[in-house]
Design a protein. Structure first.
Length: 131
């Protein structure tokens, strides 16, 4: 997996939301079922959007894309800082974000389920399923 960080400068791609399973609801700060998103494609790159705010929750906890290049647009609203990092050891992370929008671009060559979290608030978790 290759990782490139880049700053999101203009506009955010809007993608279709689908119903599905969310994260585990047993921990304070986790998502309810139904917070999922399937990637849209913009100029050959799959794009997903995730937000986090003062409620200490990711807006989307179940992401879906195909093998290839995936851009994750991460927006933080409010005064609480967050990040989005993959737990697979790749070091793919947005870094700490304060009331701003940033993105990471990752190439996924293998299908599978990839776990992500906010390392600042480790109970904030989600999955990216690559088919």
């Amino acid at each position: 997996m290759r990782v490139r960080g880049c700053r999101w400068v203009a506009g955010v791609a809007f993608v279709a939301l689908i119903a599905g399973c969310g994260g585990d609801a047993g921990q304070s700060g986790t998502q309810p079922p139904g917070a999922s998103e399937t990637a849209s494609t913009l100029d050959g790159v799959q794009v997903l959007e995730v937000s986090a705010g003062n409620d200490l929750k990711f807006t989307t906890t179940s992401l879906y894309a195909h093998t290839g290049v995936v851009k994750i647009v991460f927006k933080v609203t409010g005064s609480v800082p967050h990040n989005l990092a993959f737990k697979d050891g790749s070091q793919a992370s947005t870094g700490t974000v304060h009331d701003d929008t940033t993105s990471i671009t990752v190439r996924f060559d293998q299908p599978g389920v990839y776990n992500f979290l906010c390392t600042i608030h480790p109970y904030m978790k989600g999955t990216l399923t690559i088919s």
